[in-house]
Ligand binder design. Structure first.
Ligand code: ADP
Ligand code: MG
Length: 346
């Protein structure tokens, strides 16, 4: 079930999901293009692609990642999303087709998770110090939480699709849309499309904890993706999957956290309580047709907790893998759909 140490030494581990790359760096080596983006790392592995295409591909990849960041970032004051958040009126604002698609998908997942995944949760994310604002020095008060919650609600956000373009509209001036939770999936899907547009059909791309793979690796075998054990250690592998052309994303509460008033706070906020989640579910992985969808679901499932997440996975036929931690013991749960992707390491 678990990989041999040689794999572990060669694995590139990224925020919960990792790519297992072969150690053999001879003829069967993929062309790897990697770097930093959106506060995390991206990696593009291409099988059967000549090294002399590297520079041209890298330029396209980096230009596209920069554009995605310019669309979705809440860390940049002049991004399209930040400008929408700064705008206090209710006139529909033009956005790109990609951004509209990300919002439509997020709203759909938001509804299906009963509001557990909510891209309007930004005021609470910022209040708890997980957005561009500084971390608080004291636990936010119930009054502060109540005030932030006044500015939240998916029912106040609309996507308008017309023949002349797509628009976002809000009827709550103080609303703050936070697409960070789907940003990695969004960028990963874009990279996959860019690579295919270059006539390449055997690739594995990842941005942070989101991955899409298609075809085979440089050894002619299916690409393998490893789900990490939810520890601070970078190399512990919990399970390996073959994506078969799908997208995967993991949300974990074990990496992105800080301590406040003696409590460890996760960056995932439960909109129902207005506070970071506290339950024992520490990692949720979803496989879906796109990395964007997987990235939206994983956050919603993290908020819902093990029991409700598994019930929703069953209802929506989702491929889901959950890890809980009680004391020092990890337990895993998976939906029947996920089992179809599980692989023994080679
Ligand atoms: P990561 O890959 O860093 O684990 P996630 O995809 O889980 O990221 O998204 C976490 C981010 O989503 C948070 O940093 C915050 O900006 C935002 N967020 C937190 N809680 C929610 C929520 N309930 N619904 C939507 N977005 C959220
Ligand atoms: Mg997510």
């Amino acid at each position: 079930m678990f990989p041999k140490p040689v794999y572990l030494r060669c694995a590139l581990l990224l925020c919960g999901v990792s790519i297992l790359s072969a150690c053999d760096r001879k003829a069967s080596e993929p062309l790897v293009i990697e770097g930093k983006t959106m506060g995390t790392f991206y990696r593009v592995s291409l099988a059967g692609v000549d090294k002399n295409r590297e520079n041209a591909l890298r330029a396209q990849i980096e230009a596209q990642l920069a554009d995605d960041d310019h669309q979705l970032s809440t860390y940049k004051d002049d991004s399209v999303l930040s400008r929408f958040n700064q705008y206090q009126g209710n006139v529909p604002q033009p956005v790109s087709a990609g951004m509209a698609d990300a919002v439509v998908t997020s709203i759909r997942i938001g509804r299906l998770t009963g509001g557990a995944m909510d891209i309007t949760v930004g005021p609470l994310v910022n209040l708890w110090g997980f957005g561009p604002d500084k971390q608080p020095v004291k636990t936010p008060t119930p009054e502060q939480i109540a005030a932030a919650r006044q500015r939240i609600g998916l029912q106040h956000l609309k996507v308008i699709q017309q023949s002349d373009g797509q628009y976002l509209q809000k009827d709550l001036p103080g609303m703050y849309v936070d697409l960070s939770t789907v940003g990695e999936g969004y960028a990963t899907d874009h990279l996959a499309r860019l690579i295919e547009g270059n006539g390449i059909s055997n690739y594995l791309v990842s941005v942070g904890g989101a991955v899409v793979s298609r075809g085979h690796n440089a050894q002619g075998k299916p690409w393998q993706v490893a789900i990490q054990k939810p520890t601070d250690k970078e190399t512990a592998v919990q399970a390996i999957v073959d994506l078969q052309g799908m997208g995967i994303s993991t949300s974990g509460s074990y990496r992105n956290y800080y301590e406040l008033d003696g409590k460890r706070l996760s960056h995932i906020i439960d909109p129902a309580t207005g506070a970071p989640i506290t339950h024992k579910l520490v990692s949720a992985t979803v496989i879906a047709p796109t990395a964007l969808e997987a990235d939206g679901w994983d956050t919603g499932l993290m908020v819902l907790g093990t029991h409700k997440a598994l019930a929703l996975a069953e209802k929506q036929h989702l491929a889901v893998y959950l890890i809980t931690k009680e004391g020092d013991t990890f337990k895993t749960y998976m939906s029947p759909q996920f089992k179809a992707y599980l692989k023994d390491p080679e």
